[in-house]
Design a protein around this ligand. Structure first.
Ligand code: ACO
Length: 348
């Protein structure tokens, strides 16, 4: 059976740089607090009105398609991972199909937040192994800045996230030391609301203490109320300590799972690209796996947490910097909202 390989990779980040110091104009925070707790020094924000999640994804995709030596017309399936889509529906994958004037191929959006790229890679891997598709475009793209609370009330979340996009083209390969060895996907919905954006949603805040006063009417009207912006419930919520505790257990667990499935050891990893959640989490994972500094790549310092885009952006940057060579063993690992987590082990 054929394996799947990353044939081309690209990323795009907006030009607008916001340093920690810049954020002090909007909220009571400091470079010291943000650096110490998250490692982040700056992040990029898309143009507020004129640059969408899809626009960024398309830019990353164009580079990935060109580097794969193919054209948009050759792509036979699109997977788009994001938690910040252009529209509530339809998804972004169809907008990419339109923008790149692609054939009438299948277009799938997935909603797995920080694990979105690893989930997408796993889906693409199955389609290529079965022979169903030969050129799959995967995009991870986020425009977090449209929905963060930039007042002091939202500071523990807003300082963490940034905008950007990464993309890969997956193709079949016969080579022994090339391509995806295995992928591993997990979830535990027990703490789903500990990292969540509840509204707008058809649950209408059922079971939550801060459920807003909905308009008194027989049907409908449960999408959004002005009170939700005022009381902050319209914005994402994160129990940072709960996320930290679970992430530092699940990252190493799912990396060990991938290694043991392939009879490999942590010393065999040439480069680990962890989802860029928080530098403290990556450092904790590195220590618990006893990896050297040159075995782990982090760029959260420059871009913040770009959720579904973070792994392809980091992978692309590491490759562009010459830190990944043909035949290297690369481990990708992610953990995020849901909670969901996963890993992928591949030879470059
Ligand atoms: N600037 C200054 N002070 C702040 C800020 C800020 N940006 N944010 C919060 N504070 C204050 C709080 O108000 C609080 O003040 P108080 O003691 O007077 O009440 C104090 O700092 C401590 O707040 P905590 O929320 O308890 O801070 P904590 O030490 O837990 O750090 C953090 C918060 C950085 C989010 C931490 O919990 C963490 O690293 N969690 C992991 C979550 C994470 O990384 N998520 C990434 C996204 S999810 C993912 O990708 C998996």
């Amino acid at each position: 059976m054929k394996k799947s390989k990353i044939a081309g990779i690209g990323y795009y980040v907006p030009d607008n740089i916001y340093t920690n110091e810049d954020l002090t104009k909007f909220m009571d925070t400091s470079d010291e607090w943000i650096t110490e707790r998250t490692g982040i020094k700056e992040r990029r924000y898309a143009d507020r009105l004129d640059e969408t999640t899809t626009d960024m994804g398309v830019k990353a995709a164009k580079t990935a398609i060109e580097r794969a030596g193919t054209t948009a017309q050759d792509i036979d399936f699109i997977i788009f991972a994001t938690l910040s889509p252009d529209y509530y529906f339809p998804g972004c994958a169809v907008l990419v199909q339109r923008e790149l004037k692609m054939k009438e191929v299948g277009a799938l959006d997935i909603r797995n937040q920080c694990s979105g790229f690893v989930y997408a890679l796993s889906i693409a891997d199955q389609f290529i192994k079965t022979g169903m598709y030969k050129n799959i475009l995967i995009i991870g793209s986020e425009k977090h800045s449209f929905a963060l609370d930039y007042s002091t009330r939202g500071r523990s979340i807003s300082v963490i996230f940034g905008d950007g996009a990464g993309a890969v083209v997956m193709q079949p390969t016969d080579k022994k030391e090339q391509g995806i060895l295995s992928t591993h996907l997990h979830s535990d919905g027990e703490e789903a609301e500990k990292l969540a954006m509840i509204y707008p949603g058809s649950a209408a805040g059922k079971g939550l203490e801060n459920r807003p006063n909905w308009p008194d009417q027989e049907l409908g009207g449960l999408l959004m109320t002005p009170e939700m912006l005022e009381d902050g419930s319209a914005y994402p919520y994160m129990d940072g300590q709960a996320v930290f505790k679970k992430a530092v257990v699940k990252f190493p667990e799912v990396i060990h799972e991938a290694l043991s499935e392939n009879n490999l050891k942590t010393t065999d990893i040439d480069l680990l690209i962890p989802h860029q959640a928080n530098l403290r989490i990556s450092q904790f994972v590195q220590r618990s796996l006893k990896l050297r500094d040159d075995q782990v790549f982090n760029n959260i310092q420059k871009y913040g947490n770009t959720t579904a885009a973070s792994i392809p952006i980091a992978l692309c940057e590491a490759w562009e910097q010459g830190k990944i060579k043909e035949g290297d063993l690369i481990c990708l690992a992610a953990f995020g909202a849901g909670f969901t987590w996963g890993s992928a082990l591949l030879y470059w």
